[in-house]
Write a protein that binds this ligand. Sequence first.
Ligand SMILES: C[S@@+](CC[C@H](N)C(=O)[O-])C[C@H]1O[C@@H](n2cnc3c(N)ncnc32)[C@H](O)[C@@H]1O
Length: 259
Amino acid sequence: MIAEIYFCKGLVLPAACLLTSFASMLPELSQKKRFVRQKFSRVTRRYDLVNTLGSFGLDHWWRYRLVQKIGSYTGPILDLCAGTLTLAKEIVRQRPRPVIALDITLEMLAYGKFRLASHPATSFIFLVQGDAENLPFPKEIFSAVTVAFGIRNLPHPDRCFTEVFRVLKPGGKFVILEFSRPKTPIFASLYRFYLFHFMPLLGGSLTGDREAYEYLARSIESFPSPREICYSLEAAGFREVNFENLTFGVVSIYQASKI
Ligand SMILES: C[S@@+](CC[C@H](N)C(=O)[O-])C[C@H]1O[C@@H](n2cnc3c(N)ncnc32)[C@H](O)[C@@H]1O
């Protein structure tokens, strides 16, 4: 598997590059939270199946790589946009420790908990329904915060970054896994075709909600570049910010520290 690492220290980008720009055809920012919540509550039961089929199983490897970045942190760990708890389970699998799994969509958390009912990881995972942009926790209580495929769904990712900075202990780490856009021209065109045509077909036929997977493609297309994300993390107060591309740039893993 191919991985490239970029260090973002001291990045300076124009204000126009901040995270507030989203392409047309996406829900209005003021409607986005409601839209996203509605979509995830509709696709809940088949969400993981579509992920695994659509990524040829790579999604599990990507989450494994994310959790490796928080290797020695003992917890408590906060997993944002936790969905059906796939990442929370991997965090506990790699090292048993308390994980607070927060998501805005109750159906996703409830289905995840139901699936893990007899799994040994379940006693380490605590559920919170909440908003990643307005965390219901006091400051400096988590040793690490993770989020997989969640940032792209937030109307204001920069608000989430500020909140994560607040709840992290000094010395804590924030690790993000998110879709990116491959740069190699031929692969980028194939990937784009796959994303805009095959994924809505696959996701639509398995979940009955084609629009949710059209939204997926558009949200990846309009997501800020990795360097813009690094800039926003630094603006929120994080240091030692860097990102790593995996699978020819289909996804990126970002790391940021609270010094
Ligand atoms: C693509 S899923 C990712 C789930 C999981 N992290 C994974 O790796 O499969 C995105 C999740 O983000 C949640 N979400 C969207 N907006 C949110 C918000 N403002 N606060 C918390 N969770 C949110 C959705 O409900 C959904 O479960």
